[in-house]
Design a protein around this ligand. Structure first.
Ligand code: PMP
Length: 432
């Protein structure tokens, strides 16, 4: 058990006075699990250490980027070497082309990539590009998918917006919301109807490669293919948001895993190696419409930042090595099996979804294959489980509607430690 949380509580009390909710991103607040967040002092490999001296096996990995674990020596050394050459120039560097080429190696059907500073910027820019390219104004997104916090995407959104009960955020103007059509995920029939009614006005569909923001909900066999066909039929673009799944479920992301060729892809998280980066990629015909090659404007003072490019290059070079994704698959499957057995032993209903090293155990006896079934989860039971795991030194995402990420730093011992903690935590749930 942990040693208590006194210093975290003190720091949180100070933070809430000067930062809304005490955090700079709502998902970190632990609000929906009925306690205050722990404050982190440092990370190392698979572990986080908090300000009270507690150690946690970390399955958040900064919400996905840290697929190599914390402070990977090769990434750290590269960043340290880069820092001495300056932190930003606002001028081109060779590093940007190197990272672009590495990204394009993973997505060989694309020709060009533009770097931005976050996943939100990537999706926002991809939508503008799709609208500018097609000359149409409507977009389709799916219930429970999260694509960052741009106005037009905060409609029936997942992640923190869902967890905190504001999937459609106040502050999004009605005229913007009216250009976003939402459809149920994993349901081709309804999507076909949407296109029948509004197909000529739809610029693009945006979809998570493997949704992780309503918890992990894999696409049904044939679903992404069906979305691809429909968009082609109606002349709309297909944007696959791989901010989370890119370089995570496979080097080539969900589109590589499922054999889909979208028109535009959004990236982020892993490609920045823990520093702030986003990107969007596509074929030259589309990407050359982006300024200054073309008229569709998009810019960024810190875009292509040399430290972020350096961290991204180092990370992708390591991920390219043979055995990486096999290791992640083996470890994540071992963990998912162990957790499922632990839940069963305690008599707790747990429905586990996993794609590669992304997984979610939903507290429900239903198969979770869409947003409605994800919502059958017992979020109180999840909150109890979350707190019990934290007290036992396991740091999970503080919401039922998020993924756990296994990294290359997790050892079998870390996973066994986690499963042993879960055996106790599920007993706590069963007794509550
Ligand atoms: N798209 C997806 C699929 C995401 O998971 C996220 C963030 N979790 C975003 C977009 C937004 O990225 P960022 O938080 O870097 O703006």
């Amino acid at each position: 058990m942990t040693k208590g949380y006194q210093r975290s509580e003190e720091l949180f009390a100070e933070a809430v006075k000067v930062i809304p909710g005490g955090v700079n991103s709502p998902v970190r607040a632990f609000k929906s699990v009925g306690r205050n967040p722990v404050f982190i002092e440092r990370g190392e490999g698979a572990y986080l250490y908090d300000v009270d001296g507690n150690r946690y096996v970390d399955y958040v990995g900064s919400w996905g980027p840290l697929i190599l674990g914390h402070v990977h020596p090769e990434v750290s050394e590269a960043i340290k070497a880069s820092i001495d050459k300056g932190t930003s120039y606002g001028a081109p560097t060779e590093l940007e082309t190197r990272l672009a080429k590495l990204v394009l190696e993973a997505f060989p059907h694309f020709d060009m990539v533009r770097m931005v500073n976050s996943g939100t910027e990537a999706t926002m820019s991809a939508l503008r590009l799709a609208r500018g390219y097609t000359g149409r104004s409507k977009i389709v997104k799916f219930e429970g998918c999260y694509h960052g916090h741009a106005d037009s995407l905060l409609i029936k959104a997942g992640s923190g917006a869902l967890t905190l009960g504001v999937p459609t955020s106040p502050g999004v103007p009605g005229n913007i919301a009216s250009n976003t059509i939402t459809a149920p995920y994993n349901d081709l029939e309804t999507l076909r109807e949407v296109f029948k009614q509004a197909g000529d006005d739809i610029a693009a569909i945006i979809i998570e490669g493997v949704p992780g923001n309503m918890g992990v909900v894999p696409p049904k066999p044939g679903y992404l293919e069906g979305v691809r066909e429909l968009t082609r039929e109606y002349g709309a673009l297909m944007i696959v948001d791989e901010v989370m799944s890119g370089f995570r479920v496979a080097f080539g992301g969900a589109q590589g895993l499922y054999g889909i060729e979208p028109d535009i892809t959004c990236l982020g998280k892993i490609i920045g190696g823990g520093l702030p980066v986003g990107a969007y990629a596509g074929k030259a015909e589309i990407m050359e419409k982006v300024s200054p090659a073309g008229p569709i404007y998009q810019a960024g003072t810190l875009s292509g930042n040399p430290l972020a490019m350096t961290a991204g290059i180092a990370t992708l070079e390591i991920l390219k090595r043979p055995g990486t994704y096999e290791y992640l698959e083996e470890k994540a499957s071992y963990l998912a099996d162990g957790l499922a057995k632990a839940a069963q032993k305690a008599g707790v209903s747990l429905s586990t979804n996993r794609v590669g090293s992304m997984l979610t155990g939903f507290f429900t006896d239903k198969v979770v294959d869409d947003f409605a079934s994800a919502c059958t989860s017992d979020t109180e039971a999840f909150a109890t489980y979350f707190r019990a795991m934290l007290d036992r030194g396991v740091y999970l995402a503080c919401s039922q509607f998020e993924a756990a990420f296994v990294s290359l730093a997790h050892t079998k011992e870390d996973l066994d430690f986690t499963i042993a903690a879960a055996e106790e935590a599920f007993q706590v749930v069963a007794g509550s």
